[in-house]
Design a binder for this molecule. Structure first.
Ligand code: FES
Length: 116
């Protein structure tokens, strides 16, 4: 089901609980970096861009979470974000937020729904 409205990212079992996975896609005609987190079987997705400087968040491929896995953490200056809302709760962009992406899960496949 890859079309302009649904970009296939991966199978649900490719993101283990309390881990994240980053994706690069050009399917909309533009470059997009996004990531998806599996938090206790719930999936959350965001554009991979820190509101502080616009830099990518991860310190190495697919490493978007704090060591305690309670938050998304930016590797550059340590901003911490809630997993369920992407709200910065600590760091230089306090009160700002990550841009969420809409996910759709069908037959164990995660899609980015209605990419911009
Ligand atoms: S770029 Fe993310 S905290 Fe500075």
């Amino acid at each position: 089901m890859n079309d302009l409205h649904h970009i296939q990212l991966c199978r649900i079992d490719e993101i283990l609980p309390d881990t994240a996975r980053g994706f690069s896609t050009t399917e909309t005609g533009a470059d997009h970096e996004v990531f998806v987190i599996n938090k206790h079987g719930e999936y959350f997705g965001y554009i991979n861009s820190c509101p502080h400087t616009g830099a990518p968040l991860e310190w190495m491929p697919h490493q978007f979470l704090s060591l305690d896995t309670d938050n998304i953490q930016c590797s550059l200056h340590g901003a911490r974000f809630t997993i369920d809302q992407g709200l910065c709760i600590q760091g230089p962009c306090l009160g700002e937020g990550l841009k969420p992406i809409k996910l759709k899960i069908t037959k164990s496949i995660i899609y980015w729904s209605n990419p911009g």
